[in-house]
Design a protein around this ligand. Structure first.
Ligand SMILES: Cc1ncc(COP(=O)(O)O)c(C=O)c1O
Length: 430
């Protein structure tokens, strides 16, 4: 099927801010497991998974069959009626999270879920101040773009929130020029400095992604969040964990990033990978925070029967196929192989991540660490030509993001690394 006129039609009819990958954008028409096919029939190994969203793989019968059956029974009723799968999913999420997290609200995207987290914390604390991290990304709406610490994504600086930005735990580009572990995790202390010097002393919340996704898979050192939580507890500030990319086993063994970092957030925000590609978002919060909305409030599609059925089937698939364990083992193998690649390609400045959330930061020179976004684009094109889809991110769009479905095998990883090896060689000599 011809896809040649789609880029023109896309440009004519969609907002210009809706960007596309590649000099010649492709339409992905079909997927199966970790593979996708474009309209010309070309096959790709999918190492981006619809931006860390297709967690169990494409077109998985065990997930799609219950969804089809639900569509045939009833597709929508609104939250004004009891929805069995919504209740079951809320119960399941309560089981997966610590006991102090008690109440779930379902919405339709990560953006909307963060909006709800901001609403409950600002109401409960009677404050519109938020502490966020630089290099973060929390969504595209009025409040969430301004909670995001990256100017390329900030189309407006108008905001209902007063946001204060702490330094990111970005070891590769430490803002103080320090090295881990002799740095003493200075970035955690910055949260205290922000609280005491830039806020009224009563901020509504602190929000952070366990691993900064759009920021380029920036992976904090192991003690960072424990230290931050100590500071927040001392000041009585709620912790919002934005698990939109890190949730549901992506980073290996634990369901969520906050568990891997050994902390107890007051709100956990989720979306993306929960329903394997069917739109869903939500949050789980303490009873006290959940009760702070006293006005009428509803989400028409929140907890929709189709999306919550998909989520339940997806969580079953992840649990019964041991995909969290696979994410851990495959993530270790992927990083090992990428460290080998780093020895051969000087443009690879940093390899980082946990589980199947792995970033490769590209630089023009390892000494100056000057970002190399042009090279990244070439590598991405060369990888596509060789049948591999990878993502990109980072403030300078110079980090390759690898976040394949959690079902990938050792041989998929070896194949992907081989393609990247050839793509780097071709891109550098182009
Ligand atoms: C950490 C994080 N939070 C929130 C969002 C926003 O989610 P959505 O695009 O579903 O609105 C994203 C999207 O990439 C994200 O990565």
């Amino acid at each position: 099927m011809d896809q040649s006129d789609l880029p023109r039609r896309h440009q004519e009819s969609l907002f210009p801010s809706v960007g596309l990958f590649y000099d010649e954008p492709i339409e992905l028409r079909r997927g199966e497991g970790q593979f996708v096919w474009d309209a010309d029939g070309n096959q790709y190994l999918d190492f981006f998974g619809g931006i860390a969203t297709v967690s169990s793989g494409h077109a998985i019968p065990e997930i799609n069959e219950p969804v089809k059956a639900q569509l045939d029974r009833i597709c929508h009723s609104s939250t004004l009626f009891l929805i069995r799968s919504q209740i079951e999913l809320a119960e399941r999420i309560r089981e997966m999270t610590p006991a102090h997290l008690d109440k779930v609200l379902f919405v339709n995207s990560g953006t909307e879920a963060n909006e709800a987290a901001f609403l409950v914390t600002t109401l409960a604390r009677n404050s519109n101040e938020l502490i966020a991290l630089r290099h973060s990304y929390h969504g595209r709406s009025f409040a969430t773009i301004n909670a995001s610490g990256q100017s390329p994504w900030r189309s407006s600086t108008l905001s209902p929130l007063q946001v204060h930005y702490a330094q990111s735990p970005y070891c590769y580009r430490c803002p103080w020029g320090l090295s881990y572990p002799s740095c003493g995790v200075r970035c955690a202390d910055d949260v205290e400095e922000i609280v005491t010097t830039t806020t009224s002393g009563n901020p509504a919340a602190f929000i952070a992604e366990p691993i900064q996704g759009v920021g380029g898979f920036i992976t904090p050192p192991p003690e960072y969040f424990v230290r931050v939580q100590e500071i927040l507890t001392r000041h009585g500030i709620p912790f919002i964990a934005d698990e939109v990319q890190t949730g549901w086993g992506r980073i290996g063994v634990t369901d969520f990033g906050f568990q891997a970092y050994g902390i107890r957030p007051d709100v956990v925000v989720f979306a993306k990978g929960l329903a394997n590609g069917i739109p869903i978002g939500g949050l789980i919060a303490t009873d006290e925070l959940a009760s702070s909305i006293r006005s009428l409030s509803l989400s028409t599609f929140g907890g929709n029967p189709v999306s919550t059925t998909a989520a339940l089937a997806n969580l079953n698939y992840i649990a019964t196929r041991n995909l969290r364990e696979n994410a851990l083992a495959m993530g270790i193998h992927l990083k090992e192989r990428l460290f080998e690649l780093q020895d051969r390609h000087p443009a690879i400045g940093d390899v980082r991540g946990l589980g199947l959330m792995v970033g490769i930061e590209l630089v023009r020179d390892r000494h100056t660490k000057e970002p190399a976004p042009d090279l990244l684009r070439k590598v991405q094109e060369e990888a596509k030509r060789r049948g591999l889809i990878v993502g990109r991110g980072g403030l300078h769009a110079n980090t390759i993001r690898l976040c394949p479905p959690l079902i990938v095998t050792r041989s998929d990883i070896d194949a992907a690394v081989e393609v990247l090896d050839a793509a780097f060689a071709a891109a550098v000599s182009a």
